[in-house]
Design a protein around this ligand. Structure first.
Ligand SMILES: [Zn+2]
Ligand SMILES: [Zn+2]
Length: 270
């Protein structure tokens, strides 16, 4: 079983600052016969509070890893808080960290003292892996164009691939790189609606192009700006379903996405 609890779906500075949508990242749970692996991805501001107040709560002590796609604050604001929570304030070192090098060094967002509480520290590189967290394999994408080191992640577990395309500007080869992994599920950050601002994020049209190329069985849109909220992510998701013939969801705060169920439903739906 693979599930993703959305502890936040906010995507732009204003959305995060006002907490119009939450910014706690995504909590992945992979469970099977051998045990359960929990990975918190992109713990932005408020992640700990969103995790512990979820119903049922996501317990940081049970985490096996914390992963950052990149070091921007909306993805990393609570990373040190989560490390302390995972390791009981450093008294019980455990788990793994996965992040690009610039999250650890230079203008680091992971404090060195906190990093030392985590015995396994992976430096994410372009198109690399598998990085192993128990029996979950994580591979990285092509480097995103996003100002800081940014990589997507492909989680492979029990024959299922669930991919996460974080922030970044559209470029030729981006979608093709994700398509190579043939994801069953693609979680995609689509921040902009139709504006033509030259910012390092996908807009809805580019997202449509990516989904057409990657063709996951199920797509989940997240990381919204206010303009995307105004446009209505649920309505846009339905438009995409009609246009592409794949299952598309718009994430909302607190939502528990059951990947196994939805992949099965999508297979029936196709
Ligand atoms: Zn960013
Ligand atoms: Zn972002």
């Amino acid at each position: 079983m693979i599930s993703v609890r959305f502890l936040g779906t906010a995507g732009a500075r204003f959305m995060v600052a006002k907490q119009i949508r939450a910014s706690g990242g995504m909590w992945f749970t992979f469970s099977g016969d051998v045990g359960t692996t929990q990975i918190h991805v992109d713990p932005g501001p408020g992640a700990l509070v969103r995790a512990t107040s979820a119903v049922p709560p996501c317990d940081p002590v049970e985490l096996d890893a914390i992963a950052l796609s990149h070091k921007h604050l909306d993805h990393s604001g609570d990373v040190n808080v989560m490390i302390e929570a995972m390791t009981v304030g450093g008294f019980r070192p455990k788990g793994a960290l996965l992040a690009p090098l610039d999250a650890y060094e230079g203008e680091a967002v992971i404090f060195p003292y906190a990093a030392r509480f985590v015995p396994v520290r992976h430096v994410l590189e372009e198109q690399a892996g598998p990085y192993l967290v128990n029996d979950v394999e994580i591979r990285t994408s092509i480097k995103h164009q996003h100002g800081v080191q940014t990589y997507g992640m492909h989680f492979r577990y029990a024959g299922v691939t669930i991919s996460y395309m974080p922030c970044g500007r559209f470029f030729d080869g981006l979608a093709e790189d994700y398509a190579r992994h043939e994801p069953d599920v693609l979680v995609i950050n689509v921040l902009r609606y139709r504006d033509t601002m030259k910012v390092d994020h996908l807009n809805f049209e580019e997202c449509t192009h990516v989904l057409r190329t990657v063709r996951p069985k199920v797509a989940v849109l997240t990381h919204f700006s206010t303009r995307m909220l105004e446009a209505g992510p649920e309505r846009l998701a339905r438009e995409l379903e009609d246009e592409l013939g794949i299952r598309v969801f718009a994430a909302h705060d607190g939502w528990l996405f059951d990947a196994g169920n939805e992949i099965a439903a999508a297979t029936a739906f196709a």
